[in-house]
Design a binder for this molecule. Sequence first.
Ligand code: ZN
Length: 246
Amino acid sequence: MRRLIVSDIHGNLEALEAVARDARGLYDEVACCGDIVDYGASPREAIAWIRAAGAMVVRGNHDRAAWEPGLRESFTPAARIAAEWCAHVLSAQDLEWLRGLPAGPIWGDEFGLAHGSPEDEDTYLESTADVRGIDLLLQRSLCFFGHTHVQGGWEWQPGGIRRMSGPSAGEPERVVELDPDALYLINPGSVGQPRDRDPRAAYAIWNSAQRLLAYRRVPYDIEFAQRRIVAAGLPRSLALRLAVGR
Ligand code: ZN
C-alpha cells in the first residue's frame, strides 16, 4: 500500500493542490495528522479535499479550536483572529465533521497517527530530548505526527535515537528505507505553513511493501495564497510568513 501523508494543511488550498498534483500516481490512500483549518483562506476547500479522499485523520488543535472557542485563548493574537474567522466561514456540517475527528494517537494496521506527541495531542515534539521515552508508547513500529510544521522525525535503534530530516533546499525529495527492526516517529512536514525555513509545501509518501519513506517538497504559488489571505481580511503576518517558511 502506498500512502500520501499530509499534516498542517491550514486552509492553504494552493499548497494542497500543488501537493496533490505532485503526488499524483504515487499513492493509493491518504492519511492526515490534523490542523486542516486556520491561517489560510480556504478552510472549507481543505476539509472537502480531505473528506473526498476518504483520509484517515486525527484532529489538530486548530481543528478543535473551530468548535471549542475556549481553546483560542491560548493562541497568539494572529492565530486567534484566524480561528474566529475560520469558525465564522465554516458551515454547520464542516464544524460537525471537525467535532467528530478523533484525538490522536490512533493506530491502524501498519502505522499510527498523532497530531502532537503520541503521549498528548497538544505537545510539540521539537528536540530529541522531547521524544525520549516516547518509543515505549508506540503501538506500531511507525507513527506519523505533525504540529511543529517541521519535516523530519526520529529513528530508534537498539544503540540510540537518530534524528531524520527532509530534503535540503533545491532537492525535491529524500527517500529513506525504514529498518523493519527499528521504531519511527515521522513528521511529513506542513503542507500549508512550513516553519523549517523551506517555504515549499511539505508531505511524505509511505510505501509499506517496499518500506520506503519519501520526504517531499513542492513549490506552489505562494503569492496567490498570500493575496487570498489578505483579501479575506486575515492578519498580514499570516501571509508574509509563507514566503520565508517560518
Ligand atoms: Zn498546525
